[in-house]
Design a protein around this ligand. Structure first.
Ligand code: 1GP
Length: 240
């Protein structure tokens, strides 16, 4: 079950099929100790570039899931599929329009144990994700808390994903929303570029997602793995 799997994730890398990565870089990412790889992106994702990246990641043993942003880029063979439902969009297509069209095509053959919905809130209005999904990104604390409750209590989404894609978010704000979650796992992504930022984000979120840093400064991106897992290591009595 993908749900059991994601409960173990403290740190994941998100790789964009539309961006290039050397074999050496990919090897270091896959052997870094991260819990999983998410494959996805907000633009330029195609069936072909997704298949190619999946094939390269499959040389390594870690779990690899696809975060689906376009129906024609869905590739069979991932360990699981994450389906974003953008809660703060102005365009209902990103809540259930694209998803309904996908189910018309594939609904009868989907292995539901490998599929999870993510209640997404996009908070960086400059990001491609916000532009593409027409997200209403300027939210205050009460707005975000209401979305957290909507994900957790109303829709009972397994994942509440706070997405700052490209910038490091207001972790104080995120932590206030985190406090109201009881069942949904909190994923945080955005601007985690080094160990210090990873440590802070990991103190607030169940799972931190590191994307851009992989392409901008791989060495520092790799340091985020250990930083995110420091608490786990402490509990197990390990010294870092
Ligand atoms: C993007 O949440 C991820 O979907 C990670 O964000 O690329 O800013 O690390 P960054």
């Amino acid at each position: 079950m993908l749900l059991d799997e994601i409960k173990q994730w403290k740190h994941v890398f998100k790789l964009d099929p539309d961006r290039s990565l050397s074999d050496d870089a990919l090897e270091r990412i896959c052997l870094s100790g991260t819990d999983a790889i998410i494959v996805g992106g907000s633009s330029g994702v195609t069936f072909d570039n997704t298949v190619e990246l999946l094939g390269r990641i499959r040389r390594y043993a870690l779990p690899c899931v696809q975060e689906i942003s376009a129906i024609d880029s869905v590739v069979p063979g991932f360990d699981g599929y994450l389906i974003p439902i953008v809660l703060n969009t102005r365009n209902g297509d990103w809540i259930c329009g694209h998803q309904q069209r996908a189910l018309k095509e594939y609904g009868a053959v989907i292995d539901w144990s490998a599929v999870l919905a993510e209640g997404y809130v996009i908070l960086n209005e400059e990001s491609t994700a916000a532009r593409v999904t027409e997200a209403e990104a300027s939210l205050d604390e009460q707005d975000l808390i209401a979305y957290a409750r909507m994900a957790d209590k109303l829709f009972r989404f397994p994942v509440f994903y706070v997405e700052y894609s490209g910038i490091y978010g207001d972790l104080e704000l995120v932590s206030r929303a985190a406090r109201v979650l009881e069942e949904s796992r909190l994923f945080y992504g955005g601007g985690i570029t080094n160990a210090a930022k990873a440590r802070k984000a990991a103190a607030v979120a169940d799972t931190i997602v590191v994307g851009n840093a992989v392409y901008d400064n791989l060495a520092e991106a790799l340091d985020t793995v250990k930083a995110a897992k420091e608490d786990d290591n402490k509990q197990e009595g390990l010294t870092l």
